[in-house]
Design a protein. Sequence first.
Length: 101
Amino acid sequence: MKTVVVSAFALLLSQSVALAGDAAAGKTRSATCTGCHGATGNSNVPMYPNLAGQKEAYLVKAIKAYKTGERPDPTMKAMVATLSDADIENLAAYYSAQSCQ
Ligand code: HEC
């Protein structure tokens, strides 16, 4: 049991340091997101969430959840359908590095 707990913790740790998104590449890939989320992830539309300054790991998780349908939203599912894992990491790195206004 102790081994299971320790290895689960090690897995958590390795996931939290495994984030290596490229923010510059993410900025380029974000062209299709700006209409709703704003150029820097600060949305002007009340119904669209800000992404700027959000935690990187959370953004990765949210985008993947839209892609799989685990988080059901038809609009976002369509938006992220063609993103690769690298695209998702890069987008998350870009938005998390922006300041929320
Ligand atoms: C047509 C408008 C639109 C476009 C374009 C769009 N989104 Fe979204 N996005 C939304 C809406 C609406 C939500 C809230 C959905 C919900 O209720 O879960 C959302 C939610 C999100 C969230 C979750 C935020 C949170 O706080 O949980 C992320 C991350 C996200 N979008 C990333 C992106 C990325 C990356 C792109 C470009 C590839 C993109 N979106 C393009 C409308 C859009």
